[in-house]
Design a protein around this ligand. Structure first.
Ligand SMILES: NC(=O)C1=CN([C@@H]2O[C@H](COP(=O)(O)OP(=O)(O)OC[C@H]3O[C@@H](n4cnc5c(N)ncnc54)[C@H](OP(=O)(O)O)[C@@H]3O)[C@@H](O)[C@H]2O)C=CC1
Ligand SMILES: Nc1nc(=O)c2c([nH]1)NC[C@@H]1CN(c3ccc(C(=O)N[C@@H](CCC(=O)O)C(=O)O)cc3)C=[N+]21
Length: 396
């Protein structure tokens, strides 16, 4: 018994010593990261030259909801100089998603080349586009071009607005079985109505997006929109096979710019299945305290102005004004809205949810639109497709 007692006492002392050592390391890390964000603001993002990692992304593949041992709160992290609070000059770093995405895409391209040499296979992405929405056609074209540049095979199935639900499902099932296809993407939104043809009669049918997404092979759901992948993202101890591209891209940007997420207050504006919801789940995985603001939220600006990190995906141009932002907040603008502009090449330009000029004077870092999150979404799609091919071919 005394031996046992001594054993447990010893373990306890060891645990306490380890905790104090870890806390010191943690404080050291926090100080280090404070130094890093200020240098990040002048020197730009973290790159592979800084981090000699062989992996493509800097964010961890999956983050458990368990708090790591080294956690120590650092509530003063976002205390910025008072000059930040009423400044008329730009103080924010512009987060350059475009160049980070380019770096990731070229990294994927060289990994795809390596895969081709060793396995004799390249990753394959199938895209199913229903209807003639111009913005969807543009996004799909960009995704296919990005695949080509990375050496990823792509197959596009274009179905008319008047196709039957059966046609979409047949395409999904065909790609589920095709061994040269490692990722399947059904471009959203789907048209609300489809034509159901039964022998001689035809009727309009409400298109069941959930049914179609549920039919995707879990192993090929590179968008991460399958209810099981989404559910696993939400649940402690579960791991989705894929994390949705846009949220994954947002986290990668935060990590590359040295923004600490753990213990920070984050506000997500928007709660859609494809953006708002998975972003809020992923931020929780990274141990942020997350609030969600949506169209029915009262005093949204007050809630948002308490956040250290704001991720906005409402699709409302210039919704986020300077009074919505805490001085020094990091702002990730997912919103992408076309607005008329006769002086622009195509008669329109893209704007985000954030009033960019105002955010530049209040935030510590902000993503532009275009050139912020959008290119990262495409880069993450390539990463997910490559990861899927790696998994299916046992390539590492
Ligand atoms: N850059 C990228 O890679 C991507 C960009 N996008 C862009 O992101 C934006 C959002 O897309 P998506 O999520 O599909 O859009 P949805 O329309 O599906 O969702 C919008 C969300 O924003 C909320 N919302 C709308 N108006 C307000 C408001 N005034 N105040 C607070 N919340 C509001 C809605 O609330 P409620 O639920 O109450 O209705 C809803 O949850 C779009 O501009 C889209 O183009 C989307 C995907 C990728
Ligand atoms: N199944 C599915 N998966 C998606 O990921 C998906 C979808 N459906 N439906 C629509 C939204 C929207 N989306 C974008 C992707 C790239 C840019 C992008 O690259 N934007 C560029 C500008 C592009 C341009 O100039 O047109 C930028 O912001 O710099 C934007 C938006 C993915 N979505």
């Amino acid at each position: 018994m005394p031996g046992l007692f001594l054993g447990s006492q010893y373990k306890k002392i060891m645990r306490m010593t380890m905790r104090s050592v870890m806390r010191k390391i943690s404080i050291g890390l926090a100080k280090e990261s404070k130094r890093y964000i200020s240098s990040a603001m002048t020197r730009g993002p973290n790159t592979w030259k800084d981090n000699q990692s062989s992996q493509i992304l800097l964010s961890p593949p999956l983050v458990s909801l368990d708090i790591p041992e080294i956690w120590a709160s650092d509530s003063n992290y976002y205390d910025h100089p008072s000059s930040w609070k009423n400044s008329n000059v730009q103080i924010a770093t512009i987060i350059d998603g475009k160049s980070i995405a380019e770096e990731i895409r070229s990294r994927v391209a060289s990994e795809v080349k390596r895969m081709k040499e060793y396995v004799g296979q390249v990753p394959g992405l199938a895209v199913i586009l229903v209807g003639q929405r111009r913005d969807s056609q543009t996004y799909v074209r960009n995704k296919i071009k990005a695949c080509e540049e990375a050496g990823i095979k792509s197959v596009l199935v274009e179905l008319p607005n008047s196709c039957a639900e059966y046609d979409v499902m047949t395409s999904v099932l065909k790609f589920n079985e095709d061994p040269s296809i490692h990722g399947i993407l059904v471009q959203l939104p789907l048209p609300e109505w489809m034509l159901l043809v039964q022998s001689v009669s035809a009727s309009l049918l409400h298109l069941d997006e959930e049914k179609i997404l549920s039919m995707l092979s879990l192993e090929k759901d590179v968008d991460g929109f399958h209810p099981l992948n989404m559910g696993n993202l939400a649940m402690r101890g579960r791991e989705p096979l894929f994390i949705s591209c846009t949220p994954k891209g947002c986290i990668e940007l935060l990590i590359r710019y040295g923004v600490e997420i753990m213990g920070k207050k984050a506000v997500v504006v928007g709660r859609s299945n494809i953006v708002g919801l998975p972003i809020s789940l992923l931020l929780q995985r990274h141990h942020a305290t997350v609030s969600i603001v949506h169209a029915c939220t009262k005093n949204p600006e007050q809630i948002t102005s308490e956040a250290d990190i704001v991720v906005t995906a409402a699709g409302v141009p210039n919704l986020i004004r300077s009074n919505w932002l805490k001085p020094g907040a990091v702002v990730i603008d997912v919103g992408t809205c076309p607005i008329e502009d006769p002086s622009a090449e195509y008669g329109y330009r893209l704007v985000g949810d954030v009033c960019f000029e105002e955010a530049l004077r209040v935030a510590s870092a902000v993503t532009p639109v275009p050139g912020g999150v959008g290119p990262m979404t495409i880069a993450m799609l390539l990463c997910n497709t490559f990861d899927s091919a790696k998994r299916l071919h046992g390539f590492s």
